[in-house]
Design a protein around this ligand. Sequence first.
Ligand code: 3PG
Ligand code: MG
Length: 346
Amino acid sequence: MKTLKDFNVKGKRVLVRCDFNVPLGKQGAILDDFRIKQTLPTIQYLIKKGAKVILISHLGRPDGKVVEGLRLTPVQDKLMEYLDVSITKASDCIGPEIKKWIEEMKPGEILLLENLRFYEEELKNDIGFARKIAEMGDIYINNAFAVCHRNQASIVSVPKYLPHGIGLSLEKEIKILTQTIKNPQRPLVAVIGGKKIEKTKLNLINKFSENGDWVLVGGLVEEGIKQKNIKLEHPQKIVGPIDKIEGKDIGPETIKLFKDKIALAKTIFWNGPLGKIEEEKFSKGSKEIAKAIIESGVFSVVGGGETVKFINQLGLTEKFSYVSTGGGAMIDFLADGRLIGLDVLK
Ligand code: 3PG
Ligand code: MG
């Protein structure tokens, strides 16, 4: 795959697929700007090199209709605040008016296009729509790791019509996650929680038990495995809870057991809360495990929407070695070693 730095971007119109899918509060305020911050180095690089920067993204799930509350305006404000430059935002993502604006763009300027998912063509991977988007750029850069598992136009089809490569944060995601699953410093301990046990999560558990040493699983994950009568590939490496709090969190004995394993690790991966963290009284297990991972001081990788939100709320994000922007995409990438959105960039 080509990376951003393999291109001569001077004076070129560079379409950057970002993942600005950030959580919004009732008044439209951004509750967590982690994903926006992750895109800044790519944008800053492009400005410095004199590219005409055209940012494209989705936000939420408007299902192919214009939803006023899902416009990218709060993202525009945040980007302007962090980059300290003025950014023009279009109220659509295709159309003659935008084309005209792009013709008038000067090197180093930034244009943010409106939410791609206002068009059902984006969701349906419509080729005509993809072509319209592609026509606006000279180069396509994907920096949206968290959406690379989606078969959508801006991810899988736009790059077919343009020279393409990956942005800086996507490059880092691939590098760190690949190393974590394929070539970790061992012992490798994976902590896997969450509510459901679907096929990809099962693959993830098997992958980590194959390449790692222990997989510590939360209560609901363990129950799911039992209920569905699933045969794990390396059951001897799976460690489940030995006590629980009302069935909604891991108990003190389990916390101790998990901490003992974590203390032996040289690499730790964590995805999915270990209890019903929406309720304060069931968040203790996850808090204790977060602290234990940090205190171990070893290389730690955390990912998944809920888990990342949780550590952010605790103000602990900076304390982990690496925090992935991906949820479903990260699980798929680790479990299967590939993503549809990356395959097309090869
Ligand atoms: C995410 O937050 O998971 C990505 O931005 C993809 O969004 P989606 O799950 O709505 O496709
Ligand atoms: Mg998702």
